[in-house]
Design a protein around this ligand. Structure first.
Ligand SMILES: Cc1cc2nc3c(=O)[nH]c(=O)nc-3n(C[C@H](O)[C@H](O)[C@H](O)COP(=O)(O)OP(=O)(O)OC[C@H]3O[C@@H](n4cnc5c(N)ncnc54)[C@H](O)[C@@H]3O)c2cc1C
Length: 387
């Protein structure tokens, strides 16, 4: 039997950064990954990072993660490729405006430099947008995106340099009295952190826990290049009502859209019919994309929770086990979730954000949350498994 101070399950962005933070705090850490680092959602994401969150918790996690991305080069000698692009959330109805103004007040109160753009200003900062479409929108110049594969490289470097023992191709099988059981050997450890992204419910089951977290197909595509899509002309945009977002990518646009009717479960097949709907909505808002071919299309399983809020907390009745999930926002919130989970594992509290509402105890037996759903999450399903 091997031993460590802490075992972290899952080599995605949440588990890996958490393992790194625990190591930086002086612990001997083993990171278990059943396949290869980054093989889950973390290498397949779109990379959008915003502090324009829908709840104070979302804002805090976005701010913490952004600051971390900006500090990485000094700390680990590489980075996740964070690019400050500016993010526009357009409004299309009076109700959108009322909600946006309320959010803006909350975000500004937490120090986010978000501002209101009237319809003319929206068209001005975003010359690719079909003019006259919006009633205005909120804009934050500090929001941006990372390059997800580069983030996997960055945490791989951080793990290896800091001395985390990375155990790839080793599967977590369950908790033992003094640690964990794996596909290879038992590991004696005082602390255990469970992550798993879209597989977190299964990881929880292996640990004897019910974790209401799911996975669902999410599709992303990248258009061909076009001079009009030069990054200087294209802020990132989130068309909240449709669940469509886009950002610049190598001279074209990377866009993704969430299908609220998608049945929960693992699925990485491209859905051509839904892709056509994504393209139609994008072309209505960014007409230049109508005639453009696609350079890449992929579908992957994204993690979510019923209220689209993260899970950060100790497992009920198991003080040495901490559960962490970024609820489909692991690029935007992942490092913040990881730091908070490391703090909670070590001391039971954190100053990243108030985690008291975010534990597993917010869910009832049926997995329903007592918290309101994050109002600016992608429209994922709210139930966990297919009926
Ligand atoms: C197409 C797509 C686009 C996205 N776009 C964005 C975006 O723009 N912005 C954003 O913020 N987020 C985005 N996301 C979400 C983001 O990618 C995830 O929230 C994040 O990657 C989750 O990180 P994680 O570490 O929790 O999970 P993962 O990256 O899935 O890592 C979990 C790891 O656990 C391992 N594992 C599972 N079971 C076991 C076991 N029993 N033993 C050992 N290891 C195990 C898995 O192999 C996996 O590597 C997107 C996701 C997808 C799929």
């Amino acid at each position: 039997m091997t031993s460590a101070d802490a075992v972290v399950v899952g080599g995605g962005t949440v588990g890996a950064w958490c393992a790194y933070f625990l190591r930086r705090d002086g612990l001997r850490v083993i990171l278990l990954e059943k396949g290869m680092l980054g093989q889950g959602a973390s290498s397949r994401a779109a990379g959008v990072v915003r502090a324009q969150g829908g709840t104070p918790e979302a804002v805090r996690l976005g701010q913490w993660s952004r600051r971390f991305y900006l500090s990485q080069r000094d700390e680990i000698g590489t980075d996740s490729g964070f690019t400050e692009q500016g993010y526009l959330l357009p409004c299309f109805t009076e109700a959108d405006i009322a909600a946006a103004r309320e959010r803006m007040a909350m975000q500004a109160g937490l120090g986010v430099p978000v501002r209101w753009l009237d319809p003319g200003e929206v068209d001005q900062v975003n010359p690719t947008l079909a003019p006259g479409q919006t009633l205005g929108g909120t804009f934050c110049a500090q929001d941006g995106y990372i390059t997800p594969p580069r983030n996997v490289t960055a945490y791989t470097v951080a793990l290896l340099r800091s001395g985390v023992e990375v155990a790839e191709h080793v599967t977590f099988r369950g908790l033992t009295r003094g640690g964990v059981d794996t596909s290879q050997e038992r590991i004696d450890a005082g602390l255990v952190v469970l992550t798993g992204g879209p597989k977190l419910a299964e990881v929880g089951r292996l640990a004897g826990l019910r974790i209401p977290a799911g996975g669902v197909r999410h599709q992303v595509a990248v258009t061909e290049r076009h001079p009009d899509l030069d990054p200087g002309r294209v802020p990132m945009v989130f068309d909240l009502a449709a669940g469509l977002y886009w950002r610049p990518e190598e001279g074209g646009l990377l866009f993704g859209m969430s299908n609220p009717d998608e049945p929960p479960g693992e699925n990485r097949e491209v859905d051509e019919a839904y892709l056509a709907r994504m393209r139609a909505r994008l072309a209505a808002l960014v007409p230049v994309t109508a005639g453009l071919g696609l350079r890449r299309i992929w579908a992957a399983t994204i993690d979510y929770t019923p209220d689209h809020l993260p899970i950060i907390g100790r497992a009920p009745g198991l003080d040495h086990v901490t559960v962490a999930c970024a609820a489909g926002a692991g690029m935007m919130w992942g490092p913040g979730v990881a730091r908070a989970a490391a703090d909670v594992a070590l001391t039971g509290k954190t100053d990243v954000l108030d985690v008291s509402p975010l534990g597993l105890d917010r869910f009832d037996e049926a997995g329903r949350s007592r918290l309101a759903t994050d109002p600016i999450a992608l429209p994922f399903p709210e139930r966990i498994s297919s009926p």
